[in-house]
Write a protein that binds this ligand. Structure first.
Ligand SMILES: [Zn+2]
Length: 445
């Protein structure tokens, strides 16, 4: 390892013995695998509960056919790209660590190396720029696949603009990274706790402001115009106990032919967003079914739940990161495995460790997401009461957007944020025949 504990010097100190590093990194990697394993197990349990009737599953094929050769090819390409992109990203971070990108940058601007604040920000910004360039081939490949399958229509200028916007937003985290590094030096034992506590209000604030400051950088939003659809959505919202929600339309048609909808924001910025592709493609009863699902997220407080889970996850992740990074001040002054606490030149290494931790949490995070999606599905079905329209709207995500209706169980357990379409369509059809009455949420009239 080439990280010194005294920043501003090229002297390499605090280097742990090689054997200690190997043993310790081995233990930490094992811990990551255990976390991923627990998440996978939780995912499989979440997916096996509350079974769908065989009759509904069989009927679902009338609305949602088995995957065509085209869908299978698209799914294989997307899955392959996902794993490749993940490996590519981690390799890029490992390369940034290995080539000492941080030290090179600080050597280039030696005046900054003496200031922890500035050096942390410069290192973060250079890492963000390096990773943005590193990710370009994968981003290009991903867009190419979408184009070949007729799903993307993004003009090159907008594509480049999106990459630049992503980069600016990543670089904008530089002061946050500098604060984290300052905390590490000020409080080597409790920095992770203070940072995790600080991230709670930051997460809350970001959730509130994101829809009004960040989302408009990418898309234009307009209120859903007055008319029969808006009237019916507002009537449905009132039945769900949501008074006068903001229902906006976003211009995603400039990038994609895919359709979607989501709930975002909190308090004054809480809103339901429908993609314009959804409105142009789906009949009104299907749009209502999708909106009923989103009202489920709204009414069931899923944004708040997500925020609480993010905060809890933040504590665990930062504790694990602190444990992984260690420091020379622990264990009777013996250098710890990575021994890099508080050195801005270790930012790429810390970010690599953070990404490994987040990757290991993917199955658990997606299992929790699937539970919430099932709740929103049940709420939406009870609210709109239109099983066939719900089934048709969900099926269109396969027939039009090429989503695999029957993905492998392992893939679902690893990273599906929604239950497989087959299950969702079958539940919608079961609702129509009354099989799913026990799933009716009690707070829907
Ligand atoms: Zn949802």
């Amino acid at each position: 390892m080439r990280f010194a504990l005294c920043a501003g010097s090229d002297e390499v100190t605090g280097v742990p013995p090689r054997g200690t590093v190997r043993r310790s990194v081995g233990w930490r990697l094992t811990a990551l695998l255990v976390v991923a394993g627990i998440g996978m197990a939780a995912g499989l349990v979440a997916d096996s509960g509350d079974p769908v009737s065989l009759a509904s599953l069989e009927r679902s094929f009338e609305v949602l056919p088995a995957a065509s050769a085209r869908i299978r090819t698209y799914t294989s390409l997307r899955t392959g790209l996902y794993w490749f992109a993940t490996a590519w990203y981690l390799t890029g971070l490992a390369l940034a660590v290995r080539t000492g990108i941080a030290e090179r940058m600080l050597r280039l601007i030696p005046r900054l190396a003496g200031s922890q604040w500035w050096s942390a920000m410069v290192v973060w910004a250079s890492l963000a720029i390096f990773m943005a360039v590193w990710r370009l081939p994968v981003a290009l490949a991903s867009t190419h696949v979408e184009r070949v399958f007729g799903l993307s229509n993004i003009p090159p200028a907008l594509w480049i603009g999106d990459r630049l916007r992503d980069l600016v937003l990543e670089v904008a985290w530089a002061p946050g990274v500098a604060v984290a590094w300052w905390l590490m030096r000020r409080s080597p034992r409790r920095w992770w706790l203070i940072l995790a506590l600080g991230l709670v209000p930051v997460g809350f604030l970001l959730t509130v402001v994101y829809p009004v400051f960040i989302d408009p950088l990418y898309n234009r939003f307009r209120p859903l115009e007055d008319g029969p659809l808006r009237t019916r959505i507002l009537a449905m919202a009132e039945r769900a106990g949501v008074r006068d929600p903001a229902v906006l339309v976003a211009d995603h048609s400039k990038r994609t032919r895919k359709a979607n909808a989501y709930v975002t924001g909190l308090g004054p910025t809480h809103r339901i967003v429908l993609w314009d592709t959804l409105l142009s493609r789906m009949p009104r009863d299907e749009v209502l079914a999708i909106t009923a699902h989103e009202l489920g997220h709204y009414r069931l407080g899923h944004i708040w739940m997500g925020l609480a889970l993010y905060s809890a996850g933040g504590f665990l992740t930062l504790w694990a990161l602190a444990y992984a990074l260690g420091g020379a001040d622990r264990d009777n002054g013996q250098p710890q495995p990575l021994g890099v606490l508080g050195d801005p030149r270790a930012i790429p290494l810390a970010f690599l460790a953070l990404n490994l931790l987040l990757l290991a949490q993917t199955p658990l995070a997606s299992a929790i997401s699937r539970v919430m999606e099932r709740q929103a599905d049940a709420f939406g079905l009870a609210l709109c009461g239109d099983g066939p329209a719900t089934a048709r709207s969900l099926a269109s995500f396969s027939t039009d957007d090429l989503a695999d209706p029957d993905p492998s169980r392992w893939l679902v357990a690893w990273g599906y944020t929604h239950p497989p379409l087959r299950e969702r369509v079958a539940r919608a059809l079961a609702h129509e025949s009354g099989d799913a009455r026990q799933a009716r949420p009690s707070n829907v009239p």
